[in-house]
Structure formats: C-alpha cells, structure tokens
Design a protein around this ligand. Structure first.
Ligand code: SF4
Ligand code: F3S
Length: 383
C-alpha cells in the first residue's frame, strides 16, 4: 500500500491510493458550546434529500447526545473497542499518533477495520438523547461509561475525509472525491450495493437503500456550495454553531481564512476521532463544561483538551478576532472564505472579495422606557 501524509496523525500512514490533495477541501466547524440539540439541521437535511422510499432510516445529518446517545447505536464505542487504546506522543511541537489507524489494523484481505451495524442499531435516531444518568440499553451492553453530570449535543454529517474509508473499500470504485472541493460522492450508476463502504466508514455515514439496493450519503449540498450558498444543515442552524469553508494543510494556513484561523492558527477546533486515520474535515469546538478530559480525548484525540483550553483563553482574554470569527458563523446564507474585524464589526468576504456578511461585535443594547406616553400605558412593571 502507498504511504500518505496525514497531518492530524503527524506522520505518514498506509492508504490504498496515492496521496492527492484536492485543489481546495470543503470543511466545517461545529461549535458544541452552542448546539441546543433542536434537530433543525436534521430535519432540514431530511426534507431536502432523504424523504423517499428506502430512505426512511437515513439521517445524513443527525444530532446525538453525548455521552449516551448515538446513531447508529454505539457506532463510536464499537470502532474504538475494535481499535484499542490510542497512543499519542509530542514531537517537534506537534502531536504524533503512535498507534494503528483502521487501515493499518485491518484484518488480512480487508481494506480497513470495520463492521456492518445491525438493523436494530438504527431503531431510534435519538436513543439515549438527554439521558445523563443511565446506560442506553437495559442490559448495559453498549456503553459502560460511569454516570456523569454533564452532557452535550454532537451534530454529525459525513466528514468528506481526506482519506475516505468508504472510497478505499469500494470494489467497484463507485466512490470518488471531487477535485474542485474534496466532496466525497457515490456514483449512483456505478454502485452495485456491495456495502463495503457501509462496513468501512467508521463514522457510519454511508446508508444502504434497501429499495434501490445502492448506497447513499451526504453530498455536502454540492449544488448549493457551487453557487456559494451554504449547505442546508449549515444554513438552517438555529444555534449558529456552524462555520462552512475550505481548509488548507497546516503549513499553508491563511489567517484570513476562518477555517484555517480556528483550526490551525488558534487551535480551538479539533477533528473527530483523528486516530482512525481518515483526516476528517468536520472540526469541533469541544464543550468546555465537560468535566472529563478523558472523554474529550476519546472523541477528539489530544487536540480536544488543547482546544478547550485555547477556547477558554480566547474568551477570557477577549480575543476579538476569535470572537469575530465565531460570531460570523452561519450568520448569512452566503459562503464567505475570508474574514476581518473592522472597528465594531466582523465582515465576511466571498472568493471575489465582495462583502457578503457583516455582524456587530457587540449588539446594541436598547432599554425601552417604562412608560409609553402615546398609548398612556406602562410597558414594564418595575415602576
Ligand atoms: Fe466516507 Fe465516512 Fe469519511 Fe464520509 S465520513 S467520507 S462516508 S469514510
Ligand atoms: Fe461500492 Fe458501496 Fe456501492 S462498496 S458498490 S459504493 S454499496
């Protein structure tokens, strides 16, 4: 197998295909400190893409409650159990993964470590939601994490990985990564329903359609992003937790690019399960209320705790550029690829340098007088 460089692992790794960095890689950042679990993103996606026959159980976007929730059930615990304990070291100022990826730990004659979930694992998209005090199954079979008094919501879509396991595993070569934006797509004509993609994607973001007998997945709303409009789940996010953009490799980080700025420069957004080796392109600002560094490390590797500390520091120090970048987060339906703080505003610009969004750093505070002389009424009862 060829060796490819995975910057999240800080080293080269085995992958069945040669390394090809696409011209520009679509990416997202989800701020978990702001997600309220309203599922608006889930329903926006469902109504747009998966309301047909055979798609009933599909949630290309889902929001699960951690530590107990998951969809399909136990997807994270199962693959982590198979892979074993993650080992990281620090070398030359960067994190280096010392364990095996799912490609390196694959059984003989398989491309990667993986499994096909049971039908029952999809029985409820919100199993375990809002449960903080008990295991999600009566038999305590899937999750054996002790009771914690914290919880948070984890929205998930396909990570449009730099090294997709779904693409690597397909014997029909029906999955491809677009050169112009790195979006990973399944060719619906070539696919014959072999379901190796379904088995290999560790994030379980490929769905098999039992009616058409071919697989489907999130398409990052490519018809929208081609028109510089945000994907549906980003556009409809009520909590404004989602930043869409394009990520560069760390050595080419551009401080005016909001994704590079938050991931590479300020290091407040972390990849999900980086140790699996796929270089996922959805990043998370981890929740700062989670009083358990081990859980954060389990989900985001060593980047997680580092991101929590950097996020707290930025807010404490009133880092106006970080605050500005966070405030811009899906504040407009337009894709902005550069940003800058100017006076009292943070401004987002598109590829052509046009201003597409402007947000005040501090909302103006308006205090209404308690008495309205026009109507001769008191509108507040504090007098
Ligand atoms: Fe493929 Fe899964 Fe990665 Fe999406 S998250 S690109 S489906 S391996
Ligand atoms: Fe390939 Fe997956 Fe279809 S393995 S043939 S894309 S079901």
């Amino acid at each position: 197998m060829p060796m490819v460089y995975n910057w999240q692992l800080g080293r080269e790794m085995f992958y069945p295909y040669e390394e090809v960095r696409v011209g520009r890689q679509a990416a997202g950042i989800f701020n978990l400190n702001k997600c309220i679990g309203c599922q608006t993103c889930t329903m926006a996606c469902k109504a747009t893409w998966t309301s047909g026959k055979g798609q009933e159980y599909m949630f290309w976007n889902n929001v699960e409650c951690k530590p107990w929730g998951s969809y399909p059930m136990g997807w994270d615990v199962k693959i982590l159990d198979m892979l074993g304990v993650q080992k990281w070291g620090r070398e030359g100022g960067k994190w280096v993964y010392k364990g095996e990826t799912i490609f390196e730990a694959s059984p003989e004659n398989e491309i990667s470590l993986g499994y096909i979930p049971n039908d029952i694992d999809y029985i409820s998209p919100n199993r375990g939601e809002d449960e903080v005090s008990k295991p999600i199954s009566d038999e305590d079979r899937f999750i054996r994490i002790p009771h914690q008094v914290w919880m948070f919501y984890l929205p998930r879509i396909c990570n449009h990985c730099t090294y997709p396991a779904c693409l690597a595993a397909c014997p029909r070569r029906a999955i491809y990564k677009r050169g112009q934006d790195g979006v990973v797509l399944i060719d619906q004509v070539r696919c014959r329903g072999y379901r190796e993609c379904f088995r290999s994607c560790p994030y379980k973001k490929v769905f098999y359609n039992h009616v058409t007998r071919i697989s489907e997945k999130c398409i990052f709303c490519y018809p929208a992003i081609e028109k510089k409009v945000l994907p549906r789940c980003f556009r409809n996010c009520i909590g404004k937790i989602r930043t869409f953009g394009y990520i560069n490799p760390p050595e080419e980080a551009d401080p005016e690019n909001p994704i590079d700025f938050l991931v590479h420069i300020k290091k407040i957004a972390a990849p999900i399960l980086p140790q699996l080796g796929l270089e996922p392109n959805i990043y998370y600002i981890p929740p700062i209320n989670v009083a358990n560094d081990k859980f954060i490390t389990m989900l985001f590797g060593p980047y997680g705790v580092e991101a929590v500390n950097n996020y707290k520091k930025a807010i404490e120090e009133n880092d106006i550029e970080v605050i500005g970048a966070l405030l811009l987060s899906n504040s407009s339906m337009h894709v902005y690829t550069r940003f800058r703080v100017s006076g009292d505003y943070v401004i987002g610009y598109d590829d052509d340098g046009r201003e597409v969004v402007r947000v005040p750093i501090q909302e103006e505070l308006l205090v209404r007088p308690s008495y309205d002389p026009l109507l001769d009424v008191y509108i507040r009862n504090d007098v």
